[in-house]
Design a protein around this ligand. Structure first.
Ligand SMILES: [Zn+2]
Length: 496
């Protein structure tokens, strides 16, 4: 039998928001029988990977296109041509004609085009195929994804029982029933697992320390999970496909009432898995006097006011406060240093603070606190509150005396999206153009200037757009002495 075309999961999570063919009423207006692909759960700024080896043939955001910023990759496989489309992206890291491997980073997730909340829309096209009710070539990607992590053929599995259990924490799926065994996958909180073998034997193990249960995931990945981190859910308590974020710090209560006991507190950065029927619960989000049954990433279950939460990717409004970083600062996708860096900001870049004003003011300057911000270029994300100051504080310090490292181009050169020659070109830089180096460690950056084979992230000083990108250091030279250039304020070189 010929090998089948396979799609690897293009995201880190394994959650599906909308399957192929769902919501026929909604898609009627587009002349489609239903949703024409898979919507995969992906927060703003999440990594997006090529689902198979192939060649990029389109990158871009055609005006008004429902897919927004999208990448399209062509896959030649056993004489057939498959195409994958990755839609609603924030940023792309590939260019037309580029060959990519399966699993290669091609961009970041967002909400561009016709989309409600950040996610990845994945379309699969098989040239010559025809699924009734859909545009020529469009097929359901799900069966291809299911084979992405096959059970090894020599392993004989017990038959699936009708018992479904759910993870209570982020949990590793292992090849054998012990913590030393190979990890086959990482399961999110609330992931449904079909128990393999005798359901009653498994039922007796649930919650027991040191016991293991053999299971199969919804993507047909088989393995063992720790029995003390799974549970059986009845009725409403099954996880939906919805993940919500509190609009501000929010009480988690034991019941559907402001009178009910407080079990815990959810911060606005905390992803809450909504329990219950997806459609019913979705309708409640943002509504007054409604409650949502939720589960936190620590496994705490309770109720939150539906009015006070929003879906993934939607952002809080600006609270009117503008802050500035005290140094070059990373803007991250989530409020943790583990999250993707979305962009970097300079001390002169104004940052609009999103969410609650009082809370934001309390956090400024404090370690281990984060602020949800929006940059002047419209990028939203999180910055460490320790390294920002309010506009009042900036005025006091003198905003002009910001440590910078200025360099100039010794010849006409190119700004790249990444520190790699084949990465997309961001802008052209003229000979002698002045550039600010955007590097948290300017002393190290300084030693790279003029060296062969190094890269630096820089920003063009002149003009309105101030494009930023990576430039090869052999094309740079230091600007010595404090200079006044292009009518700018006198800058002081970093002495740290
Ligand atoms: Zn979609």
């Amino acid at each position: 039998m010929a090998e089948k075309f396979k799609l690897y999961w293009p995201i880190d999570s394994r959650r599906v928001n909308q399957f192929f063919g769902e919501n026929p009423e909604l898609y009627k207006q587009f002349g489609l029988a239903g949703h024409e692909g898979l919507d995969l759960w992906a927060p703003n700024g999440a990594n997006i990977y090529a689902a198979a080896e192939g060649e990029v043939y389109t990158v871009g955001h055609p005006p008004n296109h429902p897919y927004g910023l999208a990448v399209r990759i062509k896959h030649d496989f056993n004489g057939q041509v498959y195409r994958t489309v990755y839609a609603h992206l924030q940023e792309t890291y590939v260019q037309i004609g580029q060959k990519v491997r399966a699993g290669e980073l091609i961009g970041l997730a967002d909400n561009t085009g016709n989309s409600f909340g950040a996610h990845l829309h994945l379309t699969l096209v098989l040239d010559g195929a025809q699924t009734p009710g859909y545009t020529a070539g469009i097929v359901d990607p799900w069966p291809y994804l299911q084979t992405a992590a096959p059970v090894p053929p020599d392993e004989s599995l017990p038959p699936a029982s009708d018992l479904v259990i759910y993870t209570t924490v982020e949990l590793k799926l292992r090849a054998q029933p012990n913590t030393a065994a190979d990890i086959r996958g990482v399961l999110g909180v609330g992931e449904p697992l079909t128990v393999l073998g005798d359901a009653n034997v498994a039922r007796a193990k649930i919650g027991q320390d040191g016991e293991w249960i053999q299971v199969k995931t919804s993507s047909h990945l088989a393995g063992f999970v720790a029995a003390w981190f799974v549970e059986i859910l009845e009725g409403e308590a099954k996880p939906s496909d919805l993940v919500v974020y509190p609009s501000m710090k929010l009480n988690i209560r034991a019941g559907r009432s402001l009178e009910a006991a407080i079990l815990g507190m959810a911060s606005e950065l905390e992803a809450l898995v909504v329990l219950g029927d997806t459609a019913t619960m979705r309708a409640k989000i943002g509504q007054p006097n409604e409650w949502l049954h939720i589960q936190t990433s620590q496994g705490l279950k309770g109720f939150v006011a539906a009015e006070m939460v929003h879906l993934t990717g939607e952002i809080a409004a600006s609270c009117g406060l503008v802050v500035y970083s005290t140094d070059v600062l990373n803007v991250r996708a989530r409020a943790t240093t583990d999250a993707n860096v979305l962009t970097r900001v300079m001390p002169t870049d104004p940052l609009q603070v999103l969410g609650d004003l009082t809370q934001a003011r309390e956090r400024i300057g404090k370690p281990n606190e984060w602020l949800n911000i929006k940059t002047a270029s419209g990028q939203t994300g999180y910055v460490a509150a320790e390294f920002v100051q309010t506009s009042e504080q900036v005025a006091f310090c003198g905003v002009g005396e910001v440590p910078t490292l200025s360099v100039y181009a010794t010849k006409a050169t190119i700004l790249h999206a990444q520190a790699a020659r084949r990465s997309p070109q961001v802008a052209k830089v003229k000979k002698q153009a002045e550039l600010d180096v955007l590097d948290p460690d300017l002393e190290v950056a300084r030693t790279k200037v003029g060296q062969v084979g190094e890269w630096l992230l820089v920003r063009v000083v002149a003009g309105k757009a101030h494009p930023r990108g990576w430039v090869r250091t052999e094309n740079l030279s230091l600007i010595v002495n404090n200079t006044t250039t292009n009518g700018r304020i006198k800058r002081i070189e970093n002495k740290k």
